[in-house]
Design a protein around this ligand. Sequence first.
Ligand SMILES: N[C@@H](CCC(=O)N[C@@H](CS)C(=O)NCC(=O)O)C(=O)O
Length: 234
Amino acid sequence: MLKVISFKICPFVQRVTALLEAKQIPYQVEYISLSDKPQWFLEISPNGQVPLLVTESGSVLFESDAIVEYLEEAYPALQPELGSEQRALDRAWSYLASKHYLVQCSAQRSPDSDTLVERRAKLDSAFSKVDLALADCPYFNGTALSMVDIAWLPLLHRAAVIEQRSGYDFLSGFPKVKHWQQALLATGLAEKSVSADFDDRFSEFYLSDQTLLGRGENCNSNESDQACANSSCC
Ligand SMILES: N[C@@H](CCC(=O)N[C@@H](CS)C(=O)NCC(=O)O)C(=O)O
């Protein structure tokens, strides 16, 4: 059986597990601590990072882009009918998502509002581009789930957890992305592709009292909307 070496709140891992779930490919998960990487992991991971995918033949694949391409080629494709151009476009839109995983991580960890505004601007530029590219269909390529949906899922899932737990909406101003987020969450792939304690582990790290969002001092949270409307903070 395939095995994924994982860290619980890693978005690059979630892209891989979401694809495995979407394709209904059985797999095992082994979690490691990134602050105390086990020796066996360092020996098999060329970049010292998760995710790793151990294939049925025992090869160790690394780099999430390479892993999802392998899964798309080696197992029945999500959209087998796509031509080369569309596949290239899908890879490019997927790249726009994964390039922003760490941007989102750092925005979520913002210690103060100036930092959040600055980091959010980078995320907004990606969300605004994809908002323009989305049609009125539930998923990126229409009614069938695509590789692009899988790549954006970690960003949209994290935005949902942040909104649910802090009231702050990273997707405000992007109505089509918001619809897309709801359609993707409705598939159940977000929960299935993370551990049962994901929301708590994620919140412990991103919504601690060291972060602006964790302290509830942000300006578009539900609780602070009224206060912010009456002050110069936003
Ligand atoms: N380019 C890598 C990035 C993966 C990555 O950044 N993983 C993080 C966790 S989210 C990691 O393993 N960090 C540990 C480290 O860099 O030492 C990929 O796409 O797989």
